[in-house]
Design a protein around this ligand. Structure first.
Ligand code: ZN
Ligand code: ZN
Length: 333
């Protein structure tokens, strides 16, 4: 089968990915093999390709927003049947036994396996998945629609929860890409007031189109103090900016797996009065199941740009340079 691999991590314009031929993988115990129909392009894939995230093993195939069809099942795997559509996401496996797993925080597992980082992901003709960590997808969603929900959507949903905005409260969204435009839809449907602060004209236009309450440049002050905010842009310099925009007791949740350096904080202006700064690390399966149900019910719709699977490097370069709004999806050619 054909598979993209991270050959030599470095700037995306330098061509860190390579397409290779490798054997079709055989599913092990409890696993399914998924024929990839499409795979969303997440910023984490870009961080991996560029070496911001250290590779966990050489020549890994990226991609953790995988939509496909089960075409083989391993020993003891009975949750899905051959021919069924499934989604494969970032949390590939946990040990289920560490202190974090036992207390219900499997997103913090001490021995996690991440799809497209520790094990091969969906930038390929097929990939393997542990059936217990795969998702059934709502029938109302087409393949390309469903793909970005599997990371961008789920992580955004967890970040929204982490930002702890009370009912009817005021949410700030910093950066407006694949994850943010899904999160904004959930927040609006839940009756929050949503202020988007971002750069890039097409991002601002997409935010307006979705009906948010205000849009502004990333460093602008929102029109009212925020009860909570989510930082989606991987820009540490926005941390103090967003903290200053919070009302007393407000929370800033950082959604990304990677963030550039945070400048020194001014305690009085940015943290005192019980402002909180927290991160969001992966997600639990419950987050995923809950979000997919909610996305179906609230009619959350991803704005997608399709690229053929052959064009994975171009999709990542376009993401790096902000050349599309919403989410990119690689479609099997
Ligand atoms: Zn664990
Ligand atoms: Zn992701």
């Amino acid at each position: 089968m054909r598979a993209w691999v991270v050959e030599s991590p470095g700037p995306i314009d330098g061509g860190p990915l390579r397409r290779i031929e490798r054997d079709l993988p055989e599913p092990g115990a409890g696993q399914v093999r998924v024929r990839v129909t499409c795979c969303g392009v997440c910023r984490t894939d870009l961080h991996l390709a560029e070496g911001d995230l250290p590779p966990r093993r050489p020549r890994v195939t990226p991609g953790h927003e995988v939509v496909g069809v089960v075409d083989a099942v391993g020993a003891g795997a009975s949750r899905f049947t051959v021919g069924e559509r499934v989604g494969v996401a970032w949390l590939g496996r946990t040990d289920g036994t560490c202190a974090y797993c036992r207390r219900g925080d499997e997103n913090l597992c001490a021995h996690p396996v991440f799809t497209g980082w520790d094990v091969d992901g969906g930038y390929a003709d097929a990939c393997l998945a542990d059936e217990a960590f795969a998702y059934r997808l709502p029938e109302s969603l087409g393949d390309q629609q469903a793909a970005p929900l599997l990371c961008a959507g789920i992580i955004g949903f967890r970040a929204l929860w982490a930002a702890a905005v009370p009912p009817g409260g005021r949410l700030g969204i910093y950066g407006f890409g694949g994850s943010a435009h899904l999160t904004a839809q959930v927040a609006l449907a839940q009756g929050l007031r949503v202020h988007v602060l971002t750069r890039g004209e097409h991002n601002l236009a997409l935010a307006k189109e979705l009906g948010v309450d205000s849009v502004g440049e990333a460093t602008d002050s929102p029109p009212e103090p925020l009860d909570g905010a989510v930082l989606f842009a991987p820009a540490g310099e926005l941390v103090p900016v967003a903290l200053r925009a919070l009302d007393r007791g407000g929370t800033l949740a950082v959604a990304g797996i990677w963030l550039s350096q945070i400048p020194a904080l001014d305690y009085a202006a940015e943290l005192f009065e019980e402002r909180r700064l927290r991160s969001v690390t992966a997600n639990t399966r419950r987050d995923g199941e809950e979000f997919l149900r909610l996305a179906d019910r609230l009619d959350v719709r991803a704005t997608t740009t399709a690229y053929p699977m052959d064009a994975a490097p171009r999709a990542l370069a376009d993401l790096a340079h902000g050349r599309f709004s919403g989410a990119a999806v690689l479609v099997q050619s």
